[in-house]
Design a protein around this ligand. Structure first.
Ligand code: ZN
Length: 159
């Protein structure tokens, strides 16, 4: 592995460890407009995801609660950070790209994605080598999707 690739991998691992240990936005959300419960039975991860949309379909605030492994917790933490201030459609675009990253090599990145989001999604998509962990990494996103579609439950079981 080149030194640059090695450093990048260390940065990504640090990101996941940081968010896994001290997750952001891990609390109930008063006045949420959408919520869903997500469950990954393969690992035992279980999260509630909450979002509050404004009148223009923009995500004003996002949070999650529950129990999960370091990967699923880091993913939920980064996701709730990333989607704040974005529209539901933009959040969906991020998920589509993240899903592609988890399941294929070098998918094309959306043109308007910002560098921070790209780093975080790349860090999380390191789980691609471990298919069983992909279900952990995508759980919060599936749950967000269910919440925005106003379904009550989500699962990453059929990833
Ligand atoms: Zn897990």
């Amino acid at each position: 592995m080149s030194e640059a690739a090695h450093n990048l991998r260390e940065l990504y691992q640090e990101l996941i460890l940081d968010h896994g240990k001290s997750p952001h936005n891990k609390h109930a959300l008063a006045g949420h407009t959408h919520a869903a419960l997500g469950h990954n039975p393969m690992c035992g991860d279980k999260f509630n995801v909450y979002v509050r949309l404004d009148a223009h379909h923009k995500i004003e605030d996002a949070a999650f609660e529950g129990q999960g492994c370091a990967i699923s917790t880091a993913s939920a933490s980064m996701m709730t950070d990333m989607i704040k201030g974005k529209t539901a459609e933009e959040a969906q675009k991020l998920f589509d790209y993240f899903h592609a990253l988890c399941t294929s090599e070098n998918p094309p990145a959306p043109q308007d994605i910002d560098a921070d989001d790209l780093d975080r999604l790349n860090a999380l998509s390191g789980v691609r080598q471990f298919p069983i962990r992909v279900k952990c990494a995508t759980l919060a996103w599936h749950t967000l999707q269910a919440a925005l579609k106003s379904q009550d439950n989500a699962s990453s079981e059929n990833e």
